[in-house]
Design a protein around this ligand. Structure first.
Ligand code: ADP
Ligand code: ASP
Ligand code: MG
Length: 406
């Protein structure tokens, strides 16, 4: 007998028929003698709709009310799933975040899980009941409802698996596993059998939304065995594992892209100590994540241009903050666009190979794609390009690094 956590994403619970299908999958694990906790997302499209409603009323909304609104999608699916299981004679009940409770910090709309009290859940699981948990939500220290950031039900599932000391955490989704890149834009993408926590972390944080970044962090820290697999087939999925479990290692194992970027350039800021701090200090205070940064060489020794990127959702706020500090920063002109995509190559093999980045630059240049900003770390290289070239760039790189399926 094993204790497992099964997580089902939005497309897996998109309607009542699909929820019944999920219930059947859960039942088969129960029939095999396993203890099962299930985490569900909202029906696909639902969270976007809820976010849209909140935006319509107030673009600079109260994040506490935003959480009340957007957490509601999961309340519906978790209740429907418990009901579907009961109708198949599987004992089950639903749990909202606050009922468990899943305690988080107070960072509304992107809260972090602090603790999960498993006393009652342990009892129920030991007694043979299926525990159905609403993903994406928790409760803040002041007892208000929080959500964990978009895609957060992956994190709910991994955190629950860690707290319950589950043997496995299976993430069921609409693709058969983690691929070398998004299979929706590269039909030749290959399913990866095993991927390291580190590479998965980079892939996720650089845009592959198949797992939320924090869920990978959590899995890595608590050594949770995560498997990504399809709700709609029995194919083997992808295991996220330690590096020493991987036999053959590609130099570049995956390619990610993110349209969630916006670029800001400050023209002619002073080329002197303290300039970067006057720009990025106020952005940090406003809780805005700056990602890529490039400072040009000063032409005359007095002034320079500073370019950086922020998440699209924080673009307007970032512009407000910069304009609000115009006198202090003393830039001549502010240029901005959200017409950009970040494309990244990822692989732990990069540590021991040279020429990996050069191949990326040559491949893009062959396609006539201009690179606007570059950033690198030990196991990834990212470039910022015009959004219209996203698919072309990802496909060309996928071929160049030998990742295409036969
Ligand atoms: P769910 O609703 O099940 O959580 P998501 O839409 O959040 O599903 O994540 C699954 C999607 O992630 C896939 O449909 C796919 O388009 C996308 N994706 C992006 N990059 C990858 C990748 N490298 N491997 C697999 N899927 C990817
Ligand atoms: N329903 C939430 C979202 O769309 C959480 C999730 O799907 O993981 O972001
Ligand atoms: Mg998801």
């Amino acid at each position: 007998m094993a204790r497992i956590v099964m997580k089902f994403g939005g497309t897996s619970v998109a309607d009542v028929e699909k929820i019944k299908n999920v219930a059947r999958r859960v039942k088969s694990e129960v029939d095999a003698g396993n203890q099962v906790a299930v985490v569900v997302s909202a029906m696909s499209g639902k969270t976007n709709e809820l976010v849209g409603w909140a935006d319509t009323i107030s673009p600079l909304y109260d994040a506490r009310e935003y959480d009340v609104i957007v957490s509601s999608g999961e309340q519906v699916t978790v209740g429907l799933l418990a009901m579907a299981l009961q109708s198949m004679d599987v004992p089950a009940r639903s749990w909202l975040g606050w009922q468990i409770p899943i305690k988080t910090d107070g960072a509304h709309a992107k809260a972090r899980i602090k603790s999960i009290d498993t006393t009652e859940l342990d009892k129920r699981l030991d007694g043979g009941e299926v525990v159905c948990v609403a993903g994406f939500q928790g409760i803040a220290p002041d007892n208000r409802i929080t959500t964990l950031g978009r895609g957060g039900s992956d994190t709910s599932a991994v955190a629950l698996a860690a707290a319950l000391r589950a043997d496995r955490c299976d993430i069921y989704t609409d693709v058969e596993g983690v691929y070398t890149t998004d299979p929706r834009i590269v039909p030749k993408a290959r399913k990866i059998e095993k991927i390291t926590y580190e590479e998965m972390l980079e892939l996720a944080s650089l845009g592959a939304k198949v797992l939320q970044t924090r869920s990978v962090e959590m899995a890595m820290n608590h050594r949770v065995r995560v498997q990504v697999r399809s709700t709609f087939s029995d194919a083997e999925g992808t295991l996220v594992v330690d590096e020493d479990e991987i036999v053959e290692q590609e130099v570049v194992s995956g390619i990610a892209y993110s349209r969630d970027e916006a670029k800001i350039t400050l023209v002619k800021v002073a080329d002197k100590p303290g300039t970067a701090a006057t720009i990025f200090g106020p952005l940090a205070e406003a809780n805005i994540n700056v990602d890529m940064i490039v400072q040009n060489i000063s032409e005359n020794g007095n002034s320079t241009d500073m370019t950086f990127t922020v998440p699209r959702g924080e673009f307007k706020r970032a512009l407000q903050v910069i304009e609000g500090n115009r006198e202090k920063i003393a830039y001549q002109e502010l240029l901005s666009t959200s017409d950009v995509t970040k494309v990244s190559i990822i692989g732990v093999g990069m540590r021991s190979h040279v020429g990996v980045a050069r191949k990326m630059f040559e491949t893009l240049s062959d396609k006539g794609i201009n690179i606007q900003v570059i950033s690198t770390s030990e196991i990834k290289v990212s470039v910022l390009i015009a959004e219209e070239y996203t698919e072309l760039a990802v496909r060309a790189l996928h071929t160049a690094y030998g990742l295409d399926a036969d």
